[in-house]
Design a protein around this ligand. Structure first.
Ligand SMILES: Nc1ncnc2c1ncn2[C@@H]1O[C@H](COP(=O)(O)OP(=O)(O)OP(=O)(O)O)[C@@H](O)[C@H]1O
Ligand SMILES: [Mg+2]
Length: 354
């Protein structure tokens, strides 16, 4: 299976923008680290069992019929394994995969170029698919539905529409924001699936697998201790294993036990719920300044000097899932559990949700 990524294209796109996204060394480093431990097969892909079972059957059926797989859309918070799953599917199909991201498909020729370069049965993975612009979306519709590109040639009176056939391919889209996807685009996916947060047990397995790849010694209790503070997210679990292993090496005898894990994570300011300084500042602000809420996300973002998107995509999903935060029509509200978690008096909690 060849993985062809057009990351260079992505960088070129960004360099034309007014505010280029500058890839820092640590982002590059994280990417290399992530790729080194990314599962390549269903056996190594831990958790998401219902989804995995459905996918295995769909893949076997497609292979038997010698047809490409239906287009798939995966959504859910960052780090739950959407990109990883696309790679696993390609591996299982024995297909090549081209990886791109919606911001790299800014001009019509970007998307046309990539569609025309596809081979039969190939997988096209588009990350952040909710960020596709209208023109790119409209080019995609007939490509997804009938495997055609509608191209126009000539000017005004001599304008002609040309239908260019495309090889049958499978589009896998990934997004952290399914709600931001346009209806017509969403409707063209045969399978739409939300990735779930992982259980402590599943995260312990992820942690033990990563530790064994990286030659890090860890006990069963050590893995559970890290899993509990990983916010249900494999990417975070993997990062924490690495951070804790540094402490184990320098401060202890090299083995990650629950004592080593808890000691290190306390120092790293990650509490027993997995909340970090930003999460706690988020909840604290609502309690202290807005009587527990409701308060709008823009107000919270401005007060914390954080980006609204980061709060919505990274902080909130886990706070909501763990019941510390509630979403109401008038804004965000800290729940009684949220008060308790921060050691605040629950009597100050206002009952009304509206
Ligand atoms: N099911 C899994 N089993 C084992 N490891 C996993 C699993 N899912 C994800 N991981 C690990 O977590 C890391 C992050 O996963 P991935 O990049 O696929 O997340 P994502 O959902 O695409 O995130 P984003 O929304 O930020 O693009 C991977 O490098 C991989 O090692
Ligand atoms: Mg991804």
């Amino acid at each position: 299976m060849a993985i062809i990524s057009d990351d260079n294209n992505f960088e070129n796109q960004n360099s034309r923008q007014k505010n280029p996204i500058i890839k820092t060394e640590s982002i590059e480093y994280d990417k290399t680290f992530e790729n080194s431990i990314r599962p390549k097969t269903f056996e190594d892909y831990i958790g998401q069992s219902a989804l995995k079972e459905t996918l295995k059957i769909t893949i076997e059926a497609a292979k038997l019929r010698e047809k490409p797989l239906d287009h798939l859309l995966f959504y859910g918070p960052p780090g739950l394994g959407k990109t990883t799953l696309a790679g696993v599917i390609a591996e299982q199909m024995g297909a090549d995969i081209k990886i791109t991201s919606a911001p790299a498909l800014e001009r019509p020729r970007d998307i046309i170029g990539i569609l025309m370069s596809l081979k039969g049965g190939e997988i096209l993975f588009i990350d952040e698919i909710h960020r596709l612009n209208k023109v790119a979306e409209e080019i995609l519709y007939p490509a997804m539905e009938d495997f055609f590109l509608d191209m126009t040639t000539g000017k005004s009176q001599t304008v002609k529409t040309l239908r260019v056939p495309l090889p049958k391919f499978t589009l896998i889209g990934a997004t952290t924001k399914a709600g931001a996807l346009s209806g017509p685009l969403r409707d063209r996916f045969g399978i739409i699936h939300r990735l779930q947060f992982y259980t402590i047990e599943e995260l312990s397995q992820v942690i033990k697998r990563t530790a064994s790849i990286l030659d890090i010694k860890i006990t069963e209790d050590g893995a559970v201790a890290i899993a509990k503070r990983s916010r249900g997210t494999p990417r975070i679990a993997n990062r924490l294993v690495k951070r804790v292993s540094d402490f184990a090496l320098i401060k202890f005898d090299g083995v990650i036990t629950d004592e080593v894990a808890n000691y290190s994570l306390d120092i790293l300011n990650i509490d027993e719920f997995g909340l970090d300084t930003t999460d706690r500042a988020f909840l604290n602000l609502i309690i202290e300044k807005y009587d527990g809420g409701p308060v709008g996300i823009e107000t919270i973002a401005a007060a914390l000097s954080e980006d609204v998107r980061t709060l919505e995509d990274v902080c909130e999903p886990y706070l909501l899932q763990s019941g510390l935060l509630q979403r109401t029509p008038r804004g965000r509200k800290v729940s009684p559990e949220g008060y308790r978690h921060l050691g605040k008096k629950v009597e100050n909690y206002q009952q009304s949700l509206f």
